[in-house]
Write a protein that binds this ligand. Structure first.
Ligand code: ZN
Length: 435
């Protein structure tokens, strides 16, 4: 008898550690994620009506919770304009010889380009030789945002073709930053230093409006200091059918994180008013380049954001077992240590990202704010190295462990408590040291 009693006591007690996590109930979590990952959401692809449908659902939930809207906005949608560029067929001449358009791709947000050696605009010419690292050099060029003609040694043909297949479909840019961007014209060619060149191309530019969904709980004491809880609601839409299923439901990626953000909003709204202001944001366009978080980051002062909890793929237990999660960029600030300290005495543990080779810190929306110095990290449980469902039609509701996911959300709420209350302030990320 005694053992049973103590067991019951233990269950009650461990339940009690999370009992004050009001609003974080499994049935609620279940309803949200089921809705967001249902087939009628059609994979929530940016620019598709299904993405708008998901945004409307999130806004409706924010309203039901009673979140405030951002100052200056009439609703929860933070709508902005992006330019989608579909490159035309490029006419390129190197040393007066026409280049096969199949050996050219262009990364640009301009309606047209017209370059020639001795022309007006200052164009850099860079070559990537047979011995150079293609990925590293291209990475640097894409970050530099300068008008550049890039000559790729034919030794890199295979990787060149992969890039061409990707960028040939076109690219997207925030309308507000168009002027900051330079264009890259990338040519597979044996010449490293051309005596002359000409580039001419006319591109199709389409302007579209897309939306983040944002709600806030104003802080009581340190109102200006903001804590952001985020996830991306977009996914990758429709893929090639596998066994008759073509919908990439994105249940884990990232309906799970979006569900967490809504549930955390409900939880914190039920608590007494927080010391700091809390911002809950569901980002659009993460999968196609992180445009939602880029726009969001330009609408606020990053110095005033004390922490960002970005939640990515928490639907399945982590490699450390149930009641665990891990944090990307653990060593880049003391955010993770603070979270873990707030979990002391619970059955929950947070770990450092166990997949450093995967570069996950840079692969989600947190990186955009981290580059502005914000202690912005992603919290995840995904076994990304072996997750065969990732970005496939099998990332479905049925594959998730909703009970464990609910616990993860409770743990995030608990782990954030001292930051929300204004008692802990994570150290800033050293933006200069980031890629
Ligand atoms: Zn994701």
């Amino acid at each position: 008898m005694k053992k049973v009693y103590s067991l019951i006591f233990l269950l009650l007690f461990t339940g009690a550690a999370f009992a004050q996590k009001q609003g974080i109930e499994q049935a609620y979590v279940d309803r949200l994620i089921k809705t967001l990952s249902a087939d009628d959401m059609q994979g929530r692809k940016t620019f598709e009506p299904s993405s708008e449908k998901a945004a409307d659902f999130i806004a409706k939930e924010f309203k039901a919770i009673g979140l405030k809207t951002l100052p200056g906005l009439s609703g929860y949608k933070q709508t902005f304009t992006v330019n989608r560029i579909k490159p035309g067929t490029p006419e390129v001449k190197i040393n007066d010889q026409a280049v096969d358009p199949g050996k050219v791709f262009i990364i640009t947000d301009q309606p047209g380009l017209q370059w020639q050696k001795s022309g007006g605009a200052a164009i850099d010419v860079v070559s990537i030789g047979a011995q150079d690292s293609y990925s590293q050099k291209m990475g640097e060029l894409m970050k530099a945002h300068k008008n550049t003609l890039v000559l790729i040694n034919p030794a890199h043909q295979d990787i060149f073709t992969k890039y061409r297949n990707y960028f040939g479909k076109g690219n997207t840019s925030l309308a507000s930053t168009a002027a900051e961007q330079g264009s890259l014209v990338v040519v597979l060619h044996e010449t490293a230093e051309p005596a002359s060149y000409q580039v001419k191309v006319t591109n199709q530019v389409q302007t579209s409006q897309i939306s983040n969904v944002v709600g806030i709980i104003p802080g009581k004491k340190q109102k200006d200091e903001k804590v952001v809880f985020s996830a991306h609601y977009d996914h990758i839409g429709i893929l090639k059918p596998v066994d008759g299923d073509s919908i990439a439901n994105g249940a884990d990626d990232d309906a799970s994180g979006t569900t967490a953000v809504i549930t955390l909003a409900k939880h914190f709204k039920k608590q007494k008013a927080p010391a700091r202001s809390l911002i809950f944001v569901a980002f659009t366009a993460e999968e196609i380049g992180g445009y939602g978080s880029q726009y969001f980051s330009k609408q606020l002062d990053p110095e005033k954001v004390v922490a960002m909890f970005n939640i990515e793929m928490i639907g399945k237990p982590s490699k450390f077992g149930k009641n665990t999660a891990w944090i990307t960029g653990y060593e880049k600030s003391d955010f993770g240590k603070i979270l873990q300290k707030n979990l002391d005495g619970t059955q929950f543990t947070f770990h450092a990202d166990p997949y450093p080779d995967q570069d996950l810190f840079y692969r989600s929306d947190n990186a955009t704010l981290a580059r502005l110095g914000v202690p912005a990290h992603s919290i995840s449980t995904d076994e990304i190295d072996i997750d065969k469902r990732y970005h496939s039609v099998d990332d479905e509701y049925d594959s998730l462990d909703i009970a464990n996911m609910t616990q993860v959300i409770r743990a995030i709420a608990q782990s954030a408590s001292s930051i929300v209350a204004g008692k802990d302030t994570p150290s800033r990320v050293n933006a200069a040291a980031l890629r």
